[in-house]
Design a protein around this ligand. Structure first.
Ligand code: AMP
Length: 221
């Protein structure tokens, strides 16, 4: 099963992806996580990406496409994968189509996760993340047992630099300008599944699983 998750920042892509990769036992490829790991380790890729990310801009296609192509040839992708945060531009989507045709591993579906702009701003400004394992928290709805400390790994909980208010608005603008056209691209390919993710965390997982199981059954028929 090969899935793409589309949707604005804060739409809950990461949480939904974590649920689905566990259910379907496929690789989880989050381009945002790959960039953040490289920034933390101060690799050349991280140093290049950091400036764009902190301003809410996209890392250039020339960097991002090659990075994902390298990831897709890892053996754990043979059984399927979930792309979380890629593609985000039309050239990225076209490059992905070409690579997957070459690998004879076509997309099963593209999930278009939608939430209102108001929800995006509220979720991202109240989001906190673990600096160690990356687990998400929320100052209103998902509070750690000990303030400031991750329940899972004990590292410090922080606010992502790109979750500050002015950067959130820039990320939304970037999404509308550069990523929204992909909804039409994947609709035309007959791959799009609409997912309303306005509700509580995790509330759309069962709906999505039903849709994906139906697609798989169609493929196998
Ligand atoms: P995310 O964690 O998916 O919200 O990604 C965080 C940031 O990483 C984005 O705001 C972009 O700056 C960068 N990024 C992630 N994925 C991509 C991509 N496919 N193309 C370009 N930049 C990306």
């Amino acid at each position: 099963m090969q899935i793409v998750l589309l949707g604005p920042p804060g739409s809950g892509k990461g949480t939904l992806a974590s649920d689905l990769v566990r259910i379907y036992k496929i690789a989880h490829i989050s381009t945002g996580d790959i960039f953040r790991k490289n920034i933390k380790e101060k690799t050349p890729l991280g140093l290049e990406a950091e400036g764009y990310i902190s301003q809410g801009m996209l890392v250039p296609d020339s960097v991002t496409i090659g990075m994902v192509e390298d990831r897709l040839i890892q053996p754990d992708c043979n059984a399927g994968f979930m792309l979380d945060g890629f593609p985000r531009t039309l050239p990225q989507a076209e490059a992905l189509t070409t690579v997957l045709e070459r690998r004879r591993q076509p997309l099963t579906a593209v999930l278009n996760i939608s939430v209102s702009d108001g929800t995006v701003v509220k979720r991202l400004s109240s989001r906190r993340v673990c600096s160690g394992c990356g687990r998400s928290y929320n100052v209103y709805s998902l509070i750690p047992k000990i303030e400031g400390i991750c329940d899972v790994c004990g590292a410090a909980i922080i606010q992502r630099a790109d979750d500050l208010p002015e950067t959130i608005l820039q990320r939304l603008r970037t999404y509308y300008d550069q990523t929204l056209p992909l909804v039409q691209y994947y609709t035309d390919l007959g791959l799009l599944i609409e997912v309303n993710n306005e509700g509580a965390v995790g509330s759309s997982t069962d709906f999505v699983k039903g849709q994906l199981d139906a697609r798989l059954a169609q493929e196998q028929a």
